[in-house]
Write a new protein. Sequence first.
Length: 257
Amino acid sequence: MKKRIISLFLVLVMSLSLCVFASAEDSVEYEERMQQLEDIANLDVDEATPEMKEKILEARREIIYSTDWVADGYTAYIQDMETGEIIRDVPNFSDVFPGWDVPFEEVTPMDPMEEDSIRDIPEAIPENNTAEIIPLIDIGIGLNDWLRVVSGRVYLDEASSENADPYAVVTVDPYDVGTVIRAGASELSSSETCNVGISDYFTGESYGYATRLPEGQAYAVDIGIDGPTVAVRASTYGTPGWATMIVDGAYRIRDLK
């Protein structure tokens, strides 16, 4: 019996060692991959051939979407959704990528009637997701308190240089929703972290991106008072699978009209 226990212990130790080795190997491969991308991304676009220029821009895009940033002119931070603690501030795009251009997302042109319809009903949820707009009911919460706008089960695909479809499209009305929005996972079932991106739904302008957010942490962006309609996306560097994703709003403006 004692020999059997020792044998099982040795098997366990060897298994753990193999896991650690595999993890270290993955880390080395990731670092090598990022170094290769940086070597290409830092080449001079103006001096490159059309074919090489495309490779440079693709390398930059992949690096951009593996890094935390917020577009210039905006502020953002990572926040604990339960306690409200600000875990860290997110740097501006130009501070992280000097000389690079903020990416624009491809958008499908719409006729005025369709655009008005989406602005009136601010949601566009893929069929395989269950995220939904939550009716904004006056429940007496303070203007600076977080109000849940969207919540639902969303399937997180593996992150790539191509953006995922939005799991929510929300018109950020400064009176009803707020001037700051945040997005993150309240529950992760398959992966340990998620990535969140926020962009203008109609122009494709990116507001920012946050990577590897654990369960309970959200990416918060000060959108301002213009009331844009934003698309919120999510993905993962871990195992693809379902998550409960949310969008909250806070810091509403008191209607003085």
